[in-house]
Design a binder for this molecule. Structure first.
Ligand SMILES: NC(=O)c1ccc[n+]([C@@H]2O[C@H](COP(=O)([O-])OP(=O)(O)OC[C@H]3O[C@@H](n4cnc5c(N)ncnc54)[C@H](OP(=O)(O)O)[C@@H]3O)[C@@H](O)[C@H]2O)c1
Length: 269
């Protein structure tokens, strides 16, 4: 299949570079087009550069729209007459609904949300489909996205919470451990850099331990926090105080997501 990417900003450039260097068995040709033409010169040699979005749409079977909501409507209107009959259009924007997209273009749509961990090919990329996408196209898209990590299929209604768990989570994890490392720094002469290294490697090893051994959070806590011991003092503080913070975090982010979706739909028109 020919894969087209419209918009070479943060997401489009990352996907173009990953697809260009990755080995999937889907891509015949990789094509790109974007607004600021100087960005086209930065593409790897095996990427086909199109003069405009319509040319890309004519020659692509899967078209990625790596655009902000404000630009999405114009580009979708521009390319719709040129799209192949059975091509799949993939929106990278989580806030514009299939219902909105379908008002402009009555065709197969997917929404795709990669995580920043795609940089090291360990994204858990969220995908949802409207009801027009065939199994052949689903398999092709999922195989293509496996170049950047795992693919997680969700219903459209769960993409918001899904995004909190995989797309926002690297930020939440970083913020939590930033606070922990700063607090540790107040009680130790170990340098901040070394504290961060020690915590990050322990964090990574704890994830691997749980994933490889199938351990739950409670099992890990139980292994480390012996009754009346030092770790139990610390885990007690976390279980007493942190649930309120975690509840507030999701209340706030999900509300912000709702407001952002309203704004995006207005921008989209
Ligand atoms: N960034 C993230 O971490 C992330 C994660 C998941 C999903 N998303 C979603 O992915 C989408 C893209 O985000 P982004 O961060 O990549 O945005 P971005 O960096 O602003 O990139 C958007 C690109 O679209 C290009 N563009 C605008 N109008 C165009 C047109 N008419 N024809 C062709 N190209 C056009 C822009 O060109 P110029 O260079 O000329 O401005 C820019 O290169 C957004 O909807 C966002 O919500 C982002």
């Amino acid at each position: 299949m020919n894969i087209g990417i419209i918009g070479l900003g943060s997401m489009g450039k990352m996907l173009a570079e990953k697809f260009a260097h990755g080995s999937d068995n889907v891509t015949n040709k990789l094509l790109v087009s974007t607004r600021s033409k100087e960005k086209l010169t930065l593409m790897p040699e095996n990427v086909g550069v199109c003069d405009n979005n319509r040319e890309l749409a004519e020659h692509s079977d899967i078209v990625f729209l790596c655009l902000r909501p404000v630009d999405m409507r114009g580009v979708l209107e521009e390319i719709t007459p040129c799209l192949k009959n059975d091509s799949l259009v993939v929106s990278l924007n989580g806030s514009i609904s299939f219902a909105q997209l379908e008002k402009l273009s009555d065709r197969s749509f997917a929404k795709v949300i990669p995580s920043v961990t795609a940089e090291i090919d360990r994204s858990q990329t969220l995908v949802c489909y409207n009801n027009k996408v065939t199994d052949e196209y689903k398999a092709a898209l999922e195989s293509l996205l496996s170049v950047i990590g795992d693919v997680v299929i969700l219903p459209e209604s769960e993409m918001g919470m899904g995004s909190e768990l995989v797309s926002c989570m690297p930020g939440f994890i970083s913020a939590v451990f930033d606070v922990i490392c700063s607090s540790a720094g107040k009680h130790t002469g170990i340098s901040h850099e070394q504290v961060v290294q020690m915590v990050l490697k322990t964090l990574s090893a704890t994830s691997s331990l749980m994933l490889e051994k199938g351990m739950s959070f409670n099992e890990v806590v139980g292994r480390v926090a012996t009754k009346g011991g030092i770790t139990e003092e610390g885990t007690g503080v976390i279980y007493d105080s942190f649930p309120k913070t975690a509840d507030e975090l999701f209340d706030k982010t999900l509300e912000k997501r709702r407001i952002t979706a309203e704004k995006a739909e207005k921008m989209f028109g």
